[in-house]
Design a protein around this ligand. Structure first.
Ligand SMILES: NC(=O)c1ccc[n+]([C@@H]2O[C@H](COP(=O)([O-])OP(=O)(O)OC[C@H]3O[C@@H](n4cnc5c(N)ncnc54)[C@H](O)[C@@H]3O)[C@@H](O)[C@H]2O)c1
Ligand SMILES: [Zn+2]
Length: 368
């Protein structure tokens, strides 16, 4: 077994455990693969042209002993489709991909979900390594084994639990990430802090300047602490029977807003950010959070450029009644009751069935 002293390695103890390497250089992935998989000869890298241009060369440095093919798909959420999956399959077969091939998903959450779903179904499943290159992918989507494509009826309708063999996280890939993409990851990271870790929340508060300037040491700490929250949660509840649902904090509101706005003029991070404020109001109304705590959450989100009310992102007024209606379709609902994740102060959250439509409506009104 090779020793990787400079990386941090954290094991996700799922049904099939896998390591997450933090701070692991792209160039050294090949060496790791050699040490782990002696029957792999062929590697399929799935990525998009932007990411290939930036990082293919560095990754390839360690893969010289393999037969490697690179498949690129255009950037964008709409590529998470069955049509694209079918095209990937055709191209993969042309490259003589077989059951011994290993797939490397090099990219953000879109590539991770698409390439991951491809790996899960190609010849009933081939090995997958996640190499996340966005903040959101590093702290969230590459961990936990959920892979999916979208369907006209909704996002991630066709998917699987398909844990990777490893997650290989190189923090330096974040240097090239545009700030608006950073915000998507920050919204999830702040969510992680709200769910389980007051200390991480305080870190975001106190290290504002350094984090905004992308100080590499602080970013390394932020990604490490935030991804560890996700790893801990999925290690305890891989299949979302209970605890993992906490990761949906702010998402019932966020998704409702995203769908109401037809995914235009609102990013996922913005939806989540407004959703976090809405659940904070709800928790306050139920006596689980003080006004000061709600203000603290709003202040933190604003510092990082995230919206705390709908007018921060659009001048078009939204109808709270139809936003409430949108929440009716939430996958988590049970028997007509809305299941919501509610913060309990900062650093703790619970699953709640106790919120009435009137209370939810009031929370919507407060973020208008
Ligand atoms: N599987 C899960 O558990 C899970 C969890 C959360 C989100 N998701 C999914 O993740 C997707 C969103 O992922 P995302 O936010 O990473 O978006 P994304 O994958 O679309 O990437 C955002 C943009 O950043 C570019 N990019 C990626 N890495 C870059 C880099 N290092 N430098 C410069 N540009 C770079 C991409 O080309 C793209 O244009 C959604 O489809 C969502 O459903 C999945
Ligand atoms: Zn999210």
């Amino acid at each position: 077994m090779m020793i990787l002293p400079q990386y941090q390695k954290i094991e996700v103890t799922a049904d099939k455990p896998y390591p997450v390497f933090l701070g692991a250089p792209l160039e050294e992935l090949g060496e790791y693969l050699h040490s782990q998989f002696d029957d792999v000869e062929h590697i399929l890298i799935i990525t998009n042209p932007v990411i290939a241009e930036l990082y293919e060369e560095r990754l390839m440095k360690g893969l010289l002993d393999y037969r490697v093919n690179l498949l690129t798909v255009p950037a964008g959420e709409k590529e998470k489709s069955l049509e694209r999956l079918s095209q990937l399959t055709t191209a993969a077969l042309r490259f003589h991909t077989d059951r011994h091939t290993l797939v490397i998903a090099l990219g953000g959450g879109v590539i991770g979900d698409l390439a991951g779903f491809f790996a899960s179904v190609f010849m009933r499943g081939i090995r997958l390594i996640q190499v996340p290159t966005t903040l959101l992918a590093q702290v969230d989507s590459s961990i936990g084994g959920k892979v999916a494509v979208n369907h006209p009826a909704g996002k991630n309708i066709l998917g699987a639990f398909y844990p990777p063999r490893a997650v290989w996280t190189d923090f330096t890939t974040l240097d090239s990430l545009p700030w608006e993409e950073v915000e998507n990851g920050l919204a999830e990271s702040i969510k992680h802090a709200l769910i389980t870790e007051l200390g991480l929340f305080e870190f975001f508060e106190t290290q504002e300047v350094g984090l905004r300037e992308r100080n590499p040491i602080l970013w390394c700490e932020m990604v490490t602490r935030s991804s560890t929250v996700k790893m801990t949660i999925v290690s305890n509840d891989e299949r979302e029977q209970g605890l993992r649902a906490l990761l949906n904090l702010g998402h019932s509101f966020g998704h409702a807003l995203e769908t109401e706005m037809s995914y235009r003029g609102v990013t996922h991070g913005q939806g989540v950010s407004i959703g976090l404020v809405a659940v904070a109001y709800l928790a306050q109304a139920k006596g689980h959070m003080t006004v000061a705590e709600v203000d603290r959450i709003k202040r933190l989100l604003s510092i990082y450029g995230l919206p705390t009310k709908i007018t921060d992102i659009t001048i078009n007024g939204q109808d709270p009644q139809s936003l409430l209606q949108r929440m009716q379709a939430d996958k988590k609902n049970q028997g007509g009751r809305k299941i919501l994740i509610l913060p309990q102060g900062i650093g703790r959250a619970v699953i709640s069935k106790e919120c009435t439509d009137a209370e939810i409506l009031e929370a919507w009104q407060r973020v208008l």
